[in-house]
Write a protein that binds this ligand. Structure first.
Ligand SMILES: Cc1ncc(COP(=O)(O)O)c(C=O)c1O
Length: 400
C-alpha cells in the first residue's frame, strides 16, 4: 500500500515544477552571490558573469550549439518574438511560412508582421497534426525569408520532422526557426543535424522557473542576422538588452544539464506511463477519440476526446486532478482550439477534449488513479448522473 497525494498534477505541458536540484543551484544567487553579471569591476559581478557563462554552456551543450549562439530571454514567447521580428526587421520584406497549429506566440507575431507588409502562408496539417513536406517545398518562393515550425505541438504533442524541414530550408536557402518550448529537454534536439537556424526554448517547461528562456541564433553556415527588439544596456551582444536574470539563468542551465543526462530513460519511462493511461482509459470506455500522431509525439503527452461529454465539465468535476482541455493560455475560453480545428476535429469534438501531461514526478499510481476517475466520471456524465462525491473534494492523501 502507498500513499497518493491529491490533487494530482497532470498538466506538465502547461508548466513544470522547479526541480529541487535546479532550485538548489539558484538559491545562492539571491542573497549571497547576487552580483550584476555586467559589473565587471568587482568579484560579485565577476562571479555572476561566470555563473551565466556556465549556464550558457549547459544550454548550448543540450542543443549541440556554441555558447555564443545562446541568448537568454524571459521565456519562449519573447524568444519567438525576437526570432521572428528580429529576422523580419533585418530583411525588411518578404514571405514567411508557418503552420495553422503553431502556438499563439508565433501566430500572433506572424499576424503582426503581416500587418507590416510581410506575406504569410499558413500550412495545413493532416488529421494527426503533421505538415506535408511537399506542401512546404511548394510554398517556398523566391521571396521566402523564413519558415517557422514548432518541434512539438503543445495541445496534441505531434512532432514535426525537424531534420527534413531543416534540410529542405537549407536546400532552398531559407531560414528555419523552431519553437522548441515543448520539446527541449524531452526529446533530442540537435541544431546542427536538424539544420535549425533559430530555436526558442522556455525554462518552466523543463523544470526551471518561469520567466527565463533562451533563443538560439546560428552564428555560421549561415550566420543569422537579427535586429534587437529591446535596447538600453547592450547585454547579450546587443541583441537583448536588460540586466540578466542570473538566478533564473543558472536554473535554466542546470535544468538543461539534468534533462540532457536522462533524456532517453526519462522518455522511455514517460512513454510507458502515457501508454498505460491510454490503455486503461480506452479499454474500458467507448467513444474515445485520440488526438495526435501515434508514432511521432511527445513522450508524456496524451490528448483524448470523449464523445457526449464536455471537457470543461469533466475538468470542473475532476477537482482532484489538475488537467487542461487544451493549451493553458486558452483553456479558460470557450473558443474551440485552433489546433484541433486545423486537424479537422468538429467544435463538439474539440470541446470534449482533455490533455493529460505527465512529467518527471508522475508515478504509476497517479496514472491509475486518473484513469479510474476519468472512466468513472465519463460514464456517469454520459448517463446523466453527476459525480457528486468528488465535488466535495478537498486536498487530501488517499491510501492505495
Ligand atoms: C509551443 C509553445 N510555445 C511558446 C510557449 C510560450 O512559452 P513561455 O511561457 O516561456 O513564454 C508555450 C507555452 O505554453 C508553448 O507551449
Amino acid at each position: 500500500m502507498s500513499d497518493l497525494i491529491l490533487p494530482i498534477y497532470m498538466d506538465y505541458l502547461a508548466t513544470t515544477p522547479v526541480d529541487r536540484r535546479v532550485l538548489d543551484c539558484m538559491l545562492p544567487h539571491f542573497c549571497e552571490s547576487y552580483g550584476n553579471a555586467s559589473s565587471a569591476t568587482h568579484s560579485f559581478g565577476q562571479k555572476a558573469a561566470m555563473s551565466v557563462a556556465q549556464a550558457r554552456q549547459q544550454v548550448a551543450s543540450l542543443l549541440n550549439a556554441r555558447e555564443r549562439e545562446v541568448l537568454f530571454t524571459s521565456g519562449a514567447t519573447e524568444a519567438n518574438n525576437l526570432a521572428l521580428k528580429g529576422v523580419a526587421d533585418w530583411v525588411k520584406r518578404g514571405h514567411i511560412i508557418t503552420a495553422k497549429t503553431e502556438h499563439k506566440a508565433v501566430l500572433d507575431v506572424c499576424k503582426m508582421l503581416e500587418g507590416r507588409g510581410f506575406r504569410l502562408t499558413h500550412l495545413n496539417v493532416d488529421s494527426a497534426g503533421r505538415i506535408d513536406l511537399n506542401a512546404l517545398d511548394q510554398a517556398i518562393t523566391s521571396d521566402t525569408v523564413l519558415v517557422s515550425l514548432m518541434a512539438a505541438n503543445n495541445e496534441v504533442g505531434t512532432l514535426h520532422p525537424l531534420a527534413e524541414i531543416g534540410a529542405l530550408c537549407k536546400a532552398r536557402g531559407v531560414l528555419f526557426h523552431c519553437d522548441g518550448a515543448q520539446a527541449v529537454g524531452k526529446i533530442e534536439i540537435d541544431v546542427e543535424s536538424m539544420g535549425i537556424d533559430l530555436l526558442s526554448l522556455s525554462g518552466h517547461k523543463l523544470y526551471a522557473p518561469k520567466g527565463v528562456g533562451a533563443l538560439y541564433v546560428r552564428s555560421r553556415s549561415p550566420r543569422v542576422r537579427i535586429m534587437e527588439q529591446t535596447v538600453g544596456g547592450g547585454q547579450e551582444r546587443g541583441l537583448r538588452a536588460g540586466t540578466l536574470n542570473v538566478p533564473g539563468i543558472v536554473g535554466l542551465g542546470r535544468a538543461c544539464e539534468i534533462a540532457g543526462a536522462s533524456l532517453r530513460e526519462e522518455g522511455a519511462r514517460l512513454i510507458a506511463l502515457r501508454n498505460r493511461l491510454h490503455d486503461r482509459i480506452t479499454s474500458r470506455l467507448d467513444g474515445c477519440g485520440f488526438n495526435g500522431c501515434e508514432q511521432e509525439r511527445l513522450p508524456g503527452h496524451l490528448s483524448l476526446s470523449f464523445s457526449g461529454v464536455s471537457g470543461t465539465e469533466l475538468i470542473s468535476d475532476l477537482r482532484d486532478i489538475a488537467l487542461s482541455s487544451g493549451a493553458a493560455c486558452s483553456s479558460d475560453t470557450p473558443v474551440p482550439s485552433h489546433v484541433l480545428s486545423a486537424m479537422g476535429r468538429s467544435d463538439m469534438e474539440a470541446q470534449s477534449t482533455l490533455r493529460f501531461g505527465m512529467g518527471r514526478f508522475t508515478v504509476q499510481s497517479e496514472v491509475d488513479y486518473v484513469a479510474d476517475r476519468v472512466v468513472g466520471l465519463v460514464e456517469s456524465l454520459r448517463v446523466g448522473v453527476r459525480d457528486n462525491g468528488e465535488n466535495e473534494y478537498t486536498e487530501k492523501t488517499v491510501a492505495i
